[in-house]
Design a protein around this ligand. Structure first.
Ligand SMILES: [Zn+2]
Length: 381
């Protein structure tokens, strides 16, 4: 029978590093979490969380762990399994009978934390409940790969500054859990489990965790952080909440833009620029700059090296789903405000592009990809 097995959980003498071998059928992986400035508590829930979806994807049949697991957490895993199986019917179903569970404990109320990347959604999640939040928790190795040393350093400096300005504890948890998860499934599905796993290691010092939604109140897209999933990661001592903002990203920016620190520290870039926080040229940078203009916050922003590049925006290609919906909202707002007429012209062009133009752009992209595939091996010679 193919089995998911969590091996012996190791804790370093100083309590800053927790690791465990995860056996996935025939293959074994060592997963670690490290927090240099805070103590981590070893517990199986962290490793079961990150292994659940890969095990379902591999259609493993049974879970083994030689220890005791929270009853509430095991019930939650079963619920998460059902949600993912409706999204992905090819995923397998695990048998939990081999897990020994403990009854719920009467845990003391601990600190509360927001998982925080410094982007629009997590910033809003934090600022809108800043009086209830004790700490910002950043997972190092999550948005920025561990090998991007320089970018990670800048990111940490930036997050420390945010912590100082708002007088909040900032916790960095470094982990290779993303590398583990991405061997098996898309990060867009797996990331919620890595957040949950990291949170469990901070319990019982922390008992409440907020996961930012992604800025669209009506958005029920299949995604690793989701209102139907997040609460089910909870155990008796650690409660996870999907922090549905109830507003869209532009409204989040309008709220957060009241704070100067937001304007000085926002990081939304998909790339790892050589300096600064945001490249200003990737599609996420471009559309966020449009949202910032629509929200009236753009002139106060200090996180982009250059102003919005309209010729780059006019070449924006991957328009679909919630991003496209929100650019329509931005266009309507900008038309009414009459503040950035050139942006309005470009948005009209890309949002109402004719089908022949879309085909032409696709042809150009396909040709470029083919060309790059052929030319790259030559360059290596
Ligand atoms: Zn960028």
């Amino acid at each position: 029978m193919s089995v998911l097995s969590i091996g012996q959980i190791q804790s370093s003498a100083d309590g800053h590093r927790i690791s465990a071998p995860i056996q996935m059928g025939k293959d074994q992986f060592e997963v670690f979490f490290q927090a240099n400035e805070t103590q981590l508590t070893p517990n199986p829930e962290a490793f079961l969380a990150i292994a659940l979806l890969p095990a379902m994807k591999l259609k493993l049949e049974r879970i083994e762990y030689d220890g005791i697991v929270s009853r509430q957490f095991v019930e939650g895993m079963k619920a998460i399994q059902q949600v993912f199986r409706t999204w992905k019917p090819t995923y397998g179903e695990l048998d939990y009978d081999g897990l020994k569970t403990r009854p719920d404990r009467d845990c003391a109320v601990g600190k509360s934390g927001v998982f925080f990347s410094g982007g629009v959604d997590s910033y809003y999640t934090f600022l809108s409940r800043r009086d209830q939040v004790d700490a910002l928790i950043n997972i190092d190795g999550f948005d920025i790969p561990l090998e991007q040393q320089s970018m990670r350093r800048r990111m940490k400096e930036n997050l420390r500054l945010i912590g100082e300005r708002f007088n909040k504890q900032i916790i960095f948890i470094e982990t290779n859990a993303r590398q583990f998860s991405e061997r098996f499934l898309a990060w867009s599905f797996a990331h919620g489990s890595v957040i949950a796993g990291s949170g469990h290691l901070l319990s019982p010092e922390f008992s409440t965790f907020y996961l930012a939604s992604f800025g669209n109140p009506h958005n029920m897209y299949r995604f690793g952080v989701h209102p139907e999933i997040d609460p089910h990661w909870s155990s008796d001592c650690a409660q996870f909440h999907h922090a549905d903002s109830g507003v869209n990203k532009i409204e989040e920016i309008q709220y957060s833009g009241q704070f100067n620190t937001f304007c000085e520290t926002l990081r939304i870039c998909l790339r790892y620029p050589e300096k600064g926080l945001n490249c200003g040229r990737c599609e996420k940078c471009l559309r966020t700059m449009v949202y910032l203009q629509a929200a009236g916050v753009y002139p106060r922003m200090k996180v982009f090296e250059k102003p919005l590049d309209l010729s780059q925006l006019s070449r924006y290609k991957r328009l679909s789903g919630p991003d496209k919906d929100l650019l329509y909202v931005a266009l309507n707002m900008l038309e009414q405000q009459n503040t950035y007429p050139e942006t309005v012209n470009v948005l009209r062009k890309i949002l109402y592009r004719g089908s022949w133009e879309k085909k032409l752009i696709k042809l150009g992209r396909d040709f470029r990809n083919e060309f790059n595939k052929k030319i790259k091996p030559l360059k290596r010679l």
